[in-house]
Design a protein around this ligand. Structure first.
Ligand SMILES: [Zn+2]
Length: 475
């Protein structure tokens, strides 16, 4: 019953999001944003201790966006229970749930959604919402991701003529948002479409064999992972013909886009700019532009002092406000992505939503060599997952120092001994490399740091990066 109610909420929001994009104007959306923001600030100041302190001099009835102090993940995680609008949930309970394999795909305390991420700072974050908020955010994502494909001809093709086969290439071993999108779906969704997860932690040859058997119509994954997979298609090992590919969590690089176009000529691609903190921030339209979901989030491009950068200029950081989540409000929350926002020329698609360009994460794909001298592409995401499984880790960095030498730098939570953290890192890395047939040829070294800071001279965070050039035959 609860599943059907959530599904109805999701479809209702899908309809609203589609209609609003067709019928609304920029001014109306701006007014909607302002009203939603003031309601959120009022709620947060009254019910959430963290914001009660932060907003003590703020008047919710008159405040403007830039009156509100920005917050970071570190700020929120330091006072995690105080960032929630109900009392009595402890940090220990959240951390325990997030690390308990048996809880994956379940609701926290039977009713809340909990997603964990390490994001671009290498610091683990926990973000929670109610099921209703989750359904609303899913509705927005559904409407805007598939905006052009919710047309009758596609609906007919994938309901009457075929049962849609949708392959989700996701991190399956934790409370990761994309996996939860699937795991926490009402059962009826799985009857309408065959949505199947493929673990990005599996060795590539296993995933290739499984995808060849499944033959998906739709493919969804991280751009860097889709890129690695496209190399398999170009090499002739992967033989699939998807007609729609969507990506999320990281911006699409030009390189990934061109490799995918080469591997699957004629395929439609749609990019999502998303985060665990607010799900879908922007989705691509048929004209290739990323439109911000301005009616559900506020995205700001700012400089190092959190001053708004002019439209059309590249920001140093980004602030996001999730206008839907009242359970754990996210208000002017800092992301390390650099963005360019445009408001001038309307997009030919007619959407009143602003256009954004994302110059975000710059994590690298590693090319590791097997015993026979063949190179294999390893996108950064599986490594990120390995780190998330380590208990007591505060921050990390992974460097492909020289060919087949991976160097891990980490900072730990004080109460966890260094020897224990290092053992876990080595065990998870060596276990993964062993599965991929590379344990004998790839060396992993680990070193502890007090804190990993962002170099002041560079704009981009380099969390997982390679000092080794890609082999010439990789493209
Ligand atoms: Zn457009």
């Amino acid at each position: 019953m609860r599943g059907i109610l959530q599904l109805l909420i999701m479809f209702f929001v899908t309809g609203v999001a589609l209609l609003r994009e067709k019928l609304s104007t920029r001014d109306r959306i701006r007014r909607l944003q302002r009203n939603k923001l003031r309601r959120l600030v009022r709620h947060a100041k009254k019910n959430v201790p963290f914001y009660a302190d932060l907003f003590k001099d703020i008047n919710p009835d008159t405040c403007k966006l830039d009156d509100l102090p920005p917050v970071t993940k570190k700020d929120l995680m330091k006072r995690l229970p105080d960032t929630l609008s109900v009392r009595g949930i402890t940090k220990e309970e959240i951390v325990w749930f997030s690390q308990d394999a048996g809880s994956i795909g379940k609701f926290f305390r039977g009713k809340y959604v909990l997603c964990s991420t390490s994001g671009t700072t290498g610091m683990v974050g926990h973000f929670m919402s109610t099921q209703t908020t989750w359904s609303i955010l899913r509705g927005v994502e559904f409407a805007r991701l598939l905006r052009g494909r919710l047309a009758p001809k596609y609906i007919f093709k994938y309901t009457v003529l075929n049962r849609l086969k949708w392959a989700m290439l996701v991190a399956t071993g934790g409370h990761y948002i994309t996996y939860l999108l699937m795991k926490l779906s009402p059962g009826i969704v799985n009857r309408l479409a065959k949505i199947r997860p493929f673990s990005i932690m599996d060795p590539m040859h296993k995933m290739v064999a499984e995808l060849n058997e499944f033959q998906p119509h739709y493919l969804h994954g991280y751009p860097t992972f889709l890129e690695a997979l496209a190399y398999e298609q170009l090499a002739g090992r992967l033989k699939i013909e998807p007609d729609f590919i969507s990506s999320g969590s990281e911006p699409f690089t030009q390189m990934a886009r061109s490799v995918l176009q080469k591997a699957y000529p004629g395929v439609q691609m749609s990019e999502t700019y998303g985060t665990t903190e607010a799900l879908s921030l922007a989705n691509q339209c048929a004209h290739g532009r990323l439109h911000v979901n301005d009616d559900y989030v506020i995205l700001e491009g700012v400089d190092d002092n959190y001053r708004t950068v002019p439209f059309g200029m590249r920001s140093r950081r980004t602030l996001v406000t999730n206008l839907v989540n009242k359970f754990q409000p996210i208000i002017r929350y800092e992301l390390n992505d650099s963005v360019v926002l445009f408001t001038g020329q309307p997009c030919p698609c007619g959407s009143p939503l602003r256009v954004v360009e994302v110059h975000g994460r710059s994590d690298d794909t590693f090319f590791l060599m097997d015993q026979d001298g063949h190179f294999h592409a390893f996108p950064p995401i599986p490594f990120e997952v390995l780190f998330l499984q380590v208990k007591g880790l505060k921050q990390y960095q992974l460097i492909h120092e020289e060919q087949n030498h991976l160097r891990v730098r980490y900072a730990r939570v004080e109460k966890h001994p260094a020897a224990d953290v290092e053992r876990q890192i080595l065990e998870s890395f060596n276990g993964y490399l062993d599965q991929c047939g590379l344990a004998k040829t790839v060396k992993v070294s680990v070193e502890e740091m007090g804190e990993i800071t962002r170099p002041p001279s560079t704009q981009k965070v380099r969390q997982i990066f390679s000092k080794v050039k890609a082999p010439p035959n990789a493209v």
